[in-house]
Design a protein. Structure first.
Length: 215
């Protein structure tokens, strides 16, 4: 989007805002910490302002559904529960957390994809023909699309890489190294939480306005 000079100037006068997705529990704990967002080395004026800033308060009319009161001091345990999709009163899970396969249980897709392509080409066949199995051919095609989309960083679950390699008469240990396969196998089937817990919205005022707010 292209903004006019007047729009940019007006935006600069008002300040700017930032939105940070919160996905990990560590991000929640950081925001509940008393020194959130602040350097440990601060002078007396900063300490004075931090004393007031650390008094976190609830806002929002929806809090009443959970027995919380807008304007009251934030209960850290209740905040953790809400950010985890749980009712802070009963601990009931209200929102299912989104989980995906642990990246540690995956290997680089291009290694096995390139090896199968080369083996198939040497026999004058397509990769699908060489694999000789519709399901594996479909999995191979998905891996190819993933590489096209993500580049060298596209990962493949180690179990899929082993099945594709075996169907092509190849050894996953040889292609990747036995140590790499052994390490990935430790995390095979393990899932990690990647769901969005919330959004941290931060506003920055220009100096003239921030001074008027603090006085």
């Amino acid at each position: 989007m292209v903004r006019s000079a007047d729009e940019l100037q007006q935006r600069g006068r008002a300040g700017v805002g930032y939105a940070t997705p919160i996905r990990a529990p560590e991000q929640v704990e950081y925001r509940l910490a008393e020194n959130c967002g602040c350097d440990q080395s601060v002078d007396s004026q900063v300490e004075y302002r931090l004393a007031a800033a650390n008094d976190l308060r609830w806002i929002g009319s929806g809090l009443a559904e959970f027995g919380l009161v807008a304007g009251a001091v934030v209960d850290p345990d209740a905040a953790r529960a809400l950010m985890d999709g749980r009712d802070p009163r009963t601990n009931e899970q209200l929102v299912s957390r989104k989980k995906v396969l642990d990246p540690r249980g995956k290997v680089v897709a291009r290694v096995v994809v390139d090896a199968i392509r080369e083996s198939a080409a040497a026999d004058g066949m397509t990769a699908a023909e060489y694999l000789g199995n519709d399901r594996l051919a479909a999995r191979f095609a998905r891996a190819e699309r993933g590489i096209h989309r993500d580049g060298e960083g596209h990962l493949l679950p180690v179990a899929d890489a082993e099945r594709l390699a075996a169907a092509a008469g190849l050894s996953a240990d040889t292609l990747y190294g036995a140590d790499v396969i052994a390490e990935a196998t430790k995390w095979k089937g393990h899932h990690v939480d990647v769901g969005l817990r919330g959004v941290d919205v931060t506003g920055e005022l220009v100096k003239s306005r921030s001074q008027s707010v603090s006085t």
